[in-house]
Design a protein. Structure first.
Length: 362
């Protein structure tokens, strides 16, 4: 289990959300910040759910600490002790009594990140804590009253997890008093540059250096990147750029993107068109000559091969008439290709492609 209770520069990042969608969410959070009701923040990994939780805490008027716990790092053997505390001698190695994170956050806010990954046995105990507003340490029978504002976050579809038996419905309803859906960074373009400049300032201060300027070309590159890793990816990219920048300015060449489809957030479930869109962004940064023609030829050529050089099937696959396809095949020098007797069609063509055959593919 990992925790974070620093309250320095991290709190400031939440209010860097300047996109209209983000501003609407912040307005909603400001309205409920003073209440004690639990808040559930739903969004992809790295969208800034903890930043939003810190913003709520900063506006809550609570004088206690903000403590963040990563439920995804909870180990079954020690999780109960970490969350609720333990008494000396309650298990092997427990030489001293120790308060858990609920007690540590007393008077403040406890942020449970990745709540959907909390072990099922702990979900029962968490539900009781929320209902009774008290904890019982491991090895003790004495309840300890607590005053903690709970903010939970998840990138898991909890209703789906409930249906699969991985999450308790009663705990979901207890957490689901105020729910916030935090959009991914690609849907909040107005946040990109303010956050980027904020991270430039943060990492420059850590280096005791003057913050470099963000060149216009670099700013455009940041704005047009799809950000599969959301705010976390942006922070890492800017951190590296601050280290690589020269002459007091960050250029596009200083921006190092991971380019690992499927490794972050929604990219993990991205469809083929999403992955193509990501690669197009890379091409747009340094476009080759005749980009549109080359992309068009690539599409036609690959479809023609996929359909075994059958023009009718290819036209249907691409959603165009055979006459239009023939013009493209002539343009790209493919019209005289003969069907390869050794080539095989895909085992199962889509029904809208295979419904009609053509004995003369030329």
């Amino acid at each position: 289990m990992t925790t974070r209770n620093d309250r320095g520069l991290e709190i400031d990042k939440a209010v860097i959300f300047n996109d209209p969608k983000s501003q609407q969410i912040l307005h909603q959070m400001n309205r409920v910040a003073l209440a004690d009701a639990p808040i559930l923040i739903v969004g992809e990994t790295g969208t800034g759910k903890e930043l939003l939780a810190r913003h709520v805490h900063a506006r809550s008027g609570r004088e206690g600490p903000f403590i963040a716990v990563n439920c995804g790092a909870v180990t079954q053997s020690l999780a109960e002790s970490e969350l609720f505390g333990h008494q000396a001698g309650s298990f092997t190695g427990a030489t001293d009594s120790r308060a858990g994170w609920f007690e540590a956050a007393n008077g403040g806010t406890l942020f449970l990140d990745e709540i959907g990954d909390l072990p099922h046995a702990l979900q029962v105990k968490l539900l009781r804590v929320l209902q009774e507003r008290e904890v019982v340490r491991v090895g003790s029978r004495k309840p300890i009253a607590i005053d903690v504002r709970l903010v939970a976050a998840t990138n898991v579809d909890l209703p789906e997890a409930i249906a699969a038996g991985r999450f308790r419905a009663d705990l979901f309803y207890r957490l689901n008093v105020i729910t916030v859906n935090l959009p991914p960074l690609r849907d909040r373009p107005g946040d990109v540059l303010p956050l980027a400049r904020h991270f430039v300032s943060v990492y420059s201060r850590r280096l005791n250096a003057t913050p470099p300027l963000l060149a216009p070309e670099a700013a455009r590159t940041l704005q047009h990147h799809p950000w599969p890793g959301n705010v976390r990816e942006l922070e890492n990219v800017v951190h590296a750029a601050v280290l690589l920048a020269s002459d007091g300015e960050i250029q596009s060449r200083d921006l190092r993107f991971a380019n690992l489809p499927g490794s972050f957030g929604a990219a993990a479930n991205a469809g083929p068109l999403d992955l193509i869109s990501t690669q197009l962004q890379r091409l747009f940064y340094e476009p080759p000559p005749n980009l549109h023609r080359r992309l068009e030829e690539l599409t036609v050529r690959r479809a023609f091969v996929f359909c075994g050089h059958n023009q009718v099937h290819t036209a249907k696959l691409l959603g165009m008439s055979r006459n239009v396809l023939r013009k493209l095949l002539k343009r790209f020098g493919l019209i005289h290709i003969q069907p390869d007797a050794t080539a095989r069609l895909p085992r199962e063509l889509p029904s809208y492609v295979s419904g009609t055959s053509d004995s003369n593919p030329r």
